[in-house]
Design a binder for this molecule. Sequence first.
Ligand code: A3P
Length: 296
Amino acid sequence: KVPLPIKQPKYNLVQNFKFAPLFRTENIKSGLNYKAKDSDKFIVTFPKCGTTWTMQICVLLFNDGDVPNDVAEKTLYVRIPFLESMGAQAIDQTSSLTAIKTHLPFDLTPYNPNAKYIYVARNPKDACVSFYHHHKLFREYEFDGSFHDFMLCWLNGEIECGSYKDNLLSWWNHKDDDNVLFLLYEEMKDNIREAILKMATFFGKEYRTKIEENAEILNKIVKNSDFTFMKQTTNKSFEMRSRANAAIAENRDYEFIRKGIVGDWKNHFTDEDNQLFEAWFRDSFSGSEIESLWDK
Ligand code: A3P
């Protein structure tokens, strides 16, 4: 067992699951009670595994590769509401609904056998480093500890969304279901065109045919979901959102679309951190194929 540090980030415990401190309890409950429709498409992740990137690709896929004006002027949330943050009513009120974002484990995610679920996983080490920066960016967590402090909380599941192990295993068990597409952040980094084609096929052959027959659309999706482009545009729209809501004030020393690389953990982990993490990884996934998903 890894000890907990004195400095820990805040979260909001509702129905035994940990949510971001500022999510309103009524929205969380309404999100948890949402009845998934046949036509729903969910983008599911543990935090920092590539949610926003996948959201951007989905919006582009359903808009011929262009960033829609409402998304450019506001945020991706105008087309992809965040279930547990915004509640079920936000989904019903979204006129150009593209998908629904959630960080819930399988058993808490509203399920409909005809709905579609994209799950994106990322190397836990990089996801942990990225979540640390996220906790520094948003003041709502009131976290002023070090990376090592954060990592101890993360390994204990004492953070928003709890344990990555539980989240990942819950979806891994469904990765071969017809209505689940299991993707890795690393495969998106490695070959984004292939990942976009996989998503298009998953949504329906007609989407794949469309982008295969029109190279221009696929090129636009690639360009408009590129890290540099998103760093310029998405960060700005997230900043506007937090300016509109002082409570989620951002610390300007940090950015949401931050580095976007594979292996940034090597710049943050000490040898001791790595040993703790490796032990957690073995405890969590030994005997599962998950063990060989990521480079050590
Ligand atoms: P880093 O903090 O490692 O840079 P989420 O959207 O799930 O919160 O994940 C955020 C992570 O995805 C951040 O990782 C962010 O930089 C990265 N990311 C966002 N857009 C990306 C893109 N277009 N290409 C690669 N990485 C991206």
